[in-house]
Design a protein around this ligand. Sequence first.
Ligand SMILES: Cc1cc2nc3c(=O)[nH]c(=O)nc-3n(C[C@H](O)[C@H](O)[C@H](O)COP(=O)(O)OP(=O)(O)OC[C@H]3O[C@@H](n4cnc5c(N)ncnc54)[C@H](O)[C@@H]3O)c2cc1C
Length: 258
Amino acid sequence: MAEGLAAVRSALMRKNLNVDANEWRNSVALTGHVSSWEQYMEAGYAAAGKGYEAVVNDLTVEGVVPFKPSMPEPQNPIDPDTYFDAVVIGGGVIGSAIARELTRWDITVALLEKENDLAMQTSSRNDGMVHPPFAVTPGSKKAHYNQRGNKMFAQTARELGVSLEWPGMLMLFSNPWQRAFLPAIWQRIKQNEVCGAEFWNRQRVFKMEPNITADQHGGVFLPDSGIVSPYQLTVAFGENAVQNGATVLLNTVVTGFQ
Ligand SMILES: Cc1cc2nc3c(=O)[nH]c(=O)nc-3n(C[C@H](O)[C@H](O)[C@H](O)COP(=O)(O)OP(=O)(O)OC[C@H]3O[C@@H](n4cnc5c(N)ncnc54)[C@H](O)[C@@H]3O)c2cc1C
C-alpha cells in the first residue's frame, strides 16, 4: 500500500496539484483545494490505478458550493426499547428490495429512510433500464448477478404488479472506425452469455428506427434490455415488504451505531 501512496503523491506533484493524499480503508483519499473542475478531475485520474480499491475525491473547487445531503428535521428518537431482528438503512431500490426479501423469514424487519418517502435519491434519478450483462467484466460476481437479476426481473415485476417492457437496447457506432471493435464486443457478448444479440447495419437501423440520427454506422441490438419505472419499482418493493409485516420508518436518519 505504501508504494501506492508514494506513486499517487508523485503523480499529483508531476501535475503540480496542491493536493494531499492519504490512505483510507483500502482507498486513497484526496483532500485540499483546487482552482478548477478540470484540476479536480486531473487529481482523480492521477490517483487512479495505483493499487487502491477506490479514490475518494474530497477536494473542494473554487466557486463550487459543496453538496450537502438533505437531513430531516430532528424528531424524537425511536424508543430505545424498540427491537427489530433486522434493520435496513436506506429506502432506495436496494434497501427496499432487501427489506422485502427479509420478510420471507419469520423475523421482524424495519426499513429506515431519512427522506419523507422511498426512492428520493439515486433510485429516482436513473434511466430505469434493466441491463443485460453486457458491460461487466466476464467471470466477475457482477456479471453473475447481472445475468441472474436480468432473468429474475420479469417474475419479480409480476409479483409486485409493476409494469415492465422489453424494447431492447441498440448500441450505435457513431464512427465507421468504431466498428473495428465489433469482434471484441462479440467476444464479450459470448463470454457473458448475453442472449439474442444481433449486429444491425446502417440500413437496418434506419428501417427499425426511422427517426434516428444520421450520424450512425450500425449498431448492436440487445433484446434482453428492459425498462421499468424506478420509483414504482422501489415503492412496490417497500409496500410489499409492509404487506408482509415490515415496518417502514420515514424521516428517520441513522446517525451512528452503539
Ligand atoms: C444517471 C444515472 C443513471 C442510472 N441508470 C441506471 C439504469 O438505467 N439501470 C440501473 O439498473 N441502474 C442505473 N443507475 C444506477 C442505480 O440508480 C443505482 O445503482 C441505484 O439506484 C442505487 O440504489 P441504492 O438503494 O443503493 O441507493 P439510493 O437510491 O441512493 O438509496 C439510498 C437511500 O439511503 C438513504 N440514506 C442515506 N443515508 C441515510 C441515513 N444515514 N439514514 C437513513 N437513510 C439514509 C437515502 O436517503 C436514500 O434514499 C443509474 C444511476 C444514475 C446516477
